[in-house]
Design a protein around this ligand. Structure first.
Ligand SMILES: CC1CCN(C(=N)N)CC1
Ligand SMILES: CC1CCN(C(=N)N)CC1
Length: 329
């Protein structure tokens, strides 16, 4: 049985976290977005039109002695922000850190939308959601984690995303040095293929927790913390000068003073999002006004505990116990 670890690094404003992987023989190195909110491993490839590739590394199945085309299989995925990609499928060796899966479904892109073409540092996505929402047709394929978990000491992975510093994804073990205090555990609802859970409530600043069920998903592929409109309104009502700015598509507020912390419950524990993490990014060159890291989940159907929430914590994605563990660090 094994364990593994790989370092992940944030793009500007922690908009996404990029992690190196190797595909094929000899190994082809790509840097991809590990995404617990989806379940396809897809990469830029030599099958794409040259105009759609602007700086990304590509996977060339013809340059891998271990690639094997999954005849007749295709994939197509659209993400929450409207971006999309599609293509065909190979089985090939995929290595993350010291962990290798010999026959991983590698979804080679033939087409990607502009959001991906215009993101030169991102060579694809590695889904860490449940394989039930893999988009390969006619036969959905397993995620890397689903394929590797039988070889792990225990079937879990952990995230330790950080603000403006390298973080890590660990597989098969819980690193006691990576967190402080106790881990708060809560059951996972994977019925929609996500790492879903229900938080019992929230608080603004130092007030006591308000009882308010918040059902959402732990999602490394979403940048912000997207919550019910009523909670977002309650939070920004306590931020001086905060207002909904339709041109920006969300709440903005003066970058100073630092806004209050946002706290959400996890079972009988709490997770604190420090006010300075809610200061997501300046919207003007004078850095006067900032776009909020907490925004509304309207239209999605559930909340999304994205990177703004995850980077405050050490989080255990436990497929064995079907539970999420949140700890401070
Ligand atoms: C429900 C949505 C959450 C954001 N997405 C994602 N991380 N892949 C898409 C699905
Ligand atoms: C979950 C995915 C959403 C779309 N992405 C993007 N536009 N770069 C990547 C992450």
């Amino acid at each position: 049985r094994q364990t593994g670890t790989v370092e992940t690094d944030a793009e500007k404003h922690d908009v996404e976290y990029l992690t190196p992987i190797s595909i094929g023989t000899p190994p082809q190195d790509l840097i991809v977005d590990f995404d617990t909110g989806s379940s396809d491993l897809w990469v830029f490839s030599t099958e794409m039109a040259a105009k759609d590739i602007k700086g990304q590394a590509v996977y060339d199945p013809n340059n891998s002695s271990t690639s094997e085309k999954l005849q007749g299989s295709t994939w197509q995925i659209t993400y929450g922000d409207g971006s999309s990609s599609s293509g065909d499928v190979y089985l090939d060796t995929v290595t993350i850190g010291n962990l290798t899966v010999p026959n991983q479904a590698v979804e080679a892109a033939k087409k990607v939308s502009d959001e991906f073409t215009d993101d030169p540092n991102n060579d694809g996505l590695l889904g860490l959601g449940f394989s039930s929402i893999n988009t390969v047709q006619p036969t959905p394929q397993n995620t890397f984690f689903d394929n590797v978990k039988k070889n792990l000491d225990t079937p879990l992975f952990t995230t330790d995303l950080k603000h403006g510093a390298p973080g890590s994804y660990n597989f098969g073990y819980i690193d006691p040095a990576a967190y402080i205090g106790n881990i708060s555990w809560t059951p996972v609802d994977n019925s929609q293929g996500f790492w879903g859970f229900t938080s019992p409530g929230y608080a603004v600043g130092t007030e006591t927790l308000r009882n308010h069920s918040i059902s959402g998903i732990a999602d490394t592929g979403t940048t912000l913390l997207l919550l019910p409109k009523s909670i977002v309104k309650a939070y920004y009502s306590e931020v001086q000068g905060a207002q909904y700015d339709s041109s920006q598509g969300g709440y903005v507020f003066p970058c100073s003073p630092t806004p209050p912390d946002f706290v959400f419950g996890v079972n009988n524990g709490i997770v604190t999002v420090p006010g300075d993490m809610v200061l997501y990014a300046p919207i003007d060159s004078a850095n006067q006004n900032c776009f909020g890291g907490i925004q509304s989940d309207t239209g999605i159907g559930f909340s999304i505990f994205g990177d703004v929430a995850l980077k405050t914590s050490f989080v255990v994605f436990d497929a064995g116990g079907l539970q999420l563990g949140w700890a401070a660090k």
